[in-house]
Design a protein around this ligand. Sequence first.
Ligand SMILES: Nc1ncnc2c1ncn2[C@@H]1O[C@H](COP(=O)(O)OP(=O)(O)O)[C@@H](O)[C@H]1O
Ligand SMILES: [Mg+2]
Length: 248
Amino acid sequence: MARKIAFAIRKGGSGKSTSSINVSTALLHKGQRVLLVDTDDQANATMGVGLEPDQLQYTLNDLFADPSLDPHLAIHQSYFGLHVLPAHDNLSKSEANMEPDDMFLLRLILKKLDSEYDFIIIDTPPTGGYLARNGLAAADEVIIPVRAGAFSRGGLRKELATIERARRYNPNLKIHGILPLSVDNTQFAADLLEEVAGTQDASIYPHHVPRTTYVDQANELGIPLVMYKPAHDASSAYLALAETLING
Ligand SMILES: Nc1ncnc2c1ncn2[C@@H]1O[C@H](COP(=O)(O)OP(=O)(O)O)[C@@H](O)[C@H]1O
Ligand SMILES: [Mg+2]
């Protein structure tokens, strides 16, 4: 059984895609069988590992359109061997036609792949619509990335409420942890701690991802940061997070 972990927070620019890419790659490098699933029509995670949605015959969108399709048709390998179920910008059109039942399409698709992977990492869009809900419905656990520059006071508490609402359709959904990103001082982590004080099920990882311009360079090149600058502290943080996930 694969552990299905979604990176989710409704604020765009929080580090969902960057973290999905790098945690997936770090897990792969640690010998895990990993599938990266991109549910965001912006396809940032897909392109961040060097895949070009328009050049792929099948993407996640085709599986949503025809759930009887063999999901393996839409799984592609990145140039470094990561398995990816890619997004395509036409996902937004599919989302517009989705109905409440369609919230569970991804969960059904992943059921067919469950035995083939140790980890299925799901990147979700910042919108709270059906694509994001498909991600949250299919996941066992959520990681909430919070980027210092994108953070607003109270934002994290709002996100915890979103996850609480998702438990209406996925009662066993757990928050694995909160990942502070683009951190260049310790005050930010302290502020986050204050926000989650009093909530029981959210803990902040000890490994914070420091601020670095290499993130944008790596994303642009379609090379995961952990491969582009493996010795950088930001990569070390992602490798440490991968290790934490492997250990539970
Ligand atoms: N560690 C970091 N240091 C500096 N900038 C970062 C870092 N992580 C993310 N960013 C910035 O945040 C932007 C948004 O990240 P992304 O992962 O695409 O967020 P999301 O998927 O939540 O929209 C990146 O393009 C980059 O500019
Ligand atoms: Mg994203």
